[in-house]
Design a protein around this ligand. Sequence first.
Ligand code: ATP
Ligand code: MG
Length: 536
Amino acid sequence: MVSGQWAVVGGLEVREWRIGEWRIGEKNWGMKTVNVDDAIEICRREKRFLENIIDMVPESLVVVNKDLRIKKANRTFYETFQNVTGRSLCDILQDKEGKLACELTRLFGTEDMLEKFELHYWSEKLGDLTFEITARGIIHADAEEAEVLVVARDRTERKMAEEALLESEEKYSSLVESTEDSIYLVDRNCGYLFANKKYLSRVPLLTGKVKGRKYSEVHSKEETKRFADKVKEVFETGKSLFYEYRNPRDGRYFVRTLSPVKEPGGIITALTVISKDITNRKLSEEKLEKAYQDMKATTAQLVHNEKMSALGELTASVAHELNQPLNNIKISSQSLLRDINKNRLDINALPQDLKEVVEQVNKMAGIVDHMRIFTRRLEGMNMEEIDINESITNMFVLIGSQLRSHNIPLCQELAPDLRKILGDSIGLEQVLTNLMINARGAVEDFRETGRIIEIRSFMNNENEVAVSIKDNGGGIPSHIRDRIFEPFFTTKPPGQGTGLGLGVSLKIIEEHNGRIELEVEEGKGSMFTIILPIAE
Ligand SMILES: Nc1ncnc2c1ncn2[C@@H]1O[C@H](COP(=O)(O)OP(=O)(O)OP(=O)(O)O)[C@@H](O)[C@H]1O
Ligand SMILES: [Mg+2]
């Protein structure tokens, strides 16, 4: 019986053999008893099968002999590299420094592995490539026959992806580290996954390794609960949220934004927390708010003063206006008293006398009523349907006698067929009074004689009612015309005007959806026209 340990049949290695019997491959492959021809045929089929598989592998597989020349190679290798005949593998793979050659030579006569050897390659056809080389020594009975199997994987894409990733990681990292905001990542249980340097500088307790530490370790119980609730909300809703936070340690204000980090499937794995320091903004806002409140209070005071100063101007005429009915009452009462004393009271004339007294009292009550209304604050307008002619008449209750006492004739032309408007009678009377006081001031400043103020009411068109107040003062110089409605703009000497009259009037008219128009003839006078929409 002829037998042996090694044989190559049909190119395939056979571990043990006897004529008529073969054992192929590893021990646990069971014995197959075949005749030699069948065995050879089986081996050929196996070989073709394996060769096909090897050809389909996307990596280049090469077996080299001791002088590193190619003994066998698969299709990928031949398709990738040209002009390979007669050349050594290291030459083909452009191993310029001979490092690969050195590594491969070391493997001959061993079963050692060379792993992840990286090699850069360039050709006109393929451009820049990066190969990852893996190799393994194959021992043969005859040491001279020793071979090395070399696998060359094209890792160019992966390499580029790795480089891109590294680059983007570097970019993000420099972005995350260079910002003034605190940035950190937490998991569902408020455990830190990452924190940038800024955050670490703000939370001094969080020294050393951040990963694995808990939010609760460096924050109060109360704050941890608040934060945990927010984290829970983001995990549940999948939506970002933000809220304001004040650091109890240094009192600084922050806006925290919590955003979910989602995996491609949409599962939330962590939260990014970005904490922006808004202390300066907050302080400016507080200052601004305080300044606004102060200004509001000052303005309210000035508006009030404006009304009071207008009222002051009215006092004289009101006194005059009250004087007359008071005198009448006094005369009537004295005469009645005299008659009673002298027992000659005409009982039949008494009702008439008393009626006159009551009329005088009513007149005074009307004046007092208007004064009270006038001093009321401007807040809370009371809109009702009103006849603007009535407002004009009411306005004269207070100001008419003042004009008369200043010797300023008034020309009044009130249209009888005016439509009603929707308005606040107190506000509108205040506007009319302001315009009349300005007109009076203008004629007094400008004219010794021939002063006149004209007031007209008319339908501006079928939808609008108008009241014009025209004076023959000096007019308004063109360079200040744009400014006269500005609050606090005045040409009066200090202490004499607040400059709020027109500003307040315009505001009131605009609240009525109306407008004020101005016509000026320099040196001849001004005419202010209030235009208001009729009540629907
Ligand atoms: N009829 C007018 N003729 C000429 N100038 C006028 C007339 N009405 C207003 N002006 C000018 O417009 C300015 C602003 O008027 P406004 O009524 O707002 O304030 P004021 O009269 O100066 O002060 P206040 O009304 O608060 O007492 C006046 O100072 C004046 O220069
Ligand atoms: Mg004024």
